[in-house]
Design a protein around this ligand. Sequence first.
Ligand code: UDP
Length: 249
Amino acid sequence: MPRPRFNRILLKLSGEALMGEGQFGIEPETVGRLAEEIKQAKEAGHELCLVIGGGNIFRGLAGAAKGFDRATGDYMGMLATVMNALAMQNALEKIGVDTRVQSAIPMATVSEPYIRRRAVRHMEKGRVVIFAAGTGNPYFTTDTAAALRAAEMNCDALFKGTSVDGIYSADPKKVASAQRYDSVTYNKVLSEDLKVMDASAVALCRDNNIPIVVFNIREQGNLASVLDGAGVATIVQSDKNEGGQDAGL
Ligand code: UDP
């Protein structure tokens, strides 16, 4: 079997991906379905780690708008990501996938603390590592945490699961003429403010040459097929790689 181009990946899911059709919180069926996607990718031989957001429960900025101190709101948001991480861990273990949760805010009774070398070892042993509590710092997002952990774990790519099949020039749900890209540079994403991840996360990926693969996680089996080079996705990469082929998509 040819060695997959992206052997080790970090998968970033927003908290909203766990809500299913709901407006808030965690829908167990949806989390179960996402866990199946991850299992399939693992069984295809990839090493995976995960960063899950917390927007389905609490966002620091929304809290600040309602009068919370921003840093306090951000800590609450980070705690929300721990709940999501535990929900995902539960769903994965239920279907026989070995996992470890590592939290950037130490929480000894529910998870391991974040220790980079230990996380690498877990992945080498075939465990899915779920990074919780973002970067551990307020004023950041879980997108930035995903880029940071992807760099620290030497991931071959950061996979961003969304509800659309890639990056468009405008929101395809609002603008019918929006153009879809197969491949786009980090600098175009930043200069045109294309909605992928926040700018600091994109810049961190650019500086460390980590491709960002944007794909639809709602479509069943899509993570594995994009990893296999068959699915539909947009890849964000530097100029010299542009064209898509080089990156194996
Ligand atoms: N957060 C933070 N530092 C981090 C990561 C997250 O303060 O390193 C807080 C921030 O308040 C954010 C919330 O956690 O709004 C939830 O994360 P995010 O909004 O990134 O979740 P997503 O939109 O991916 O669901």
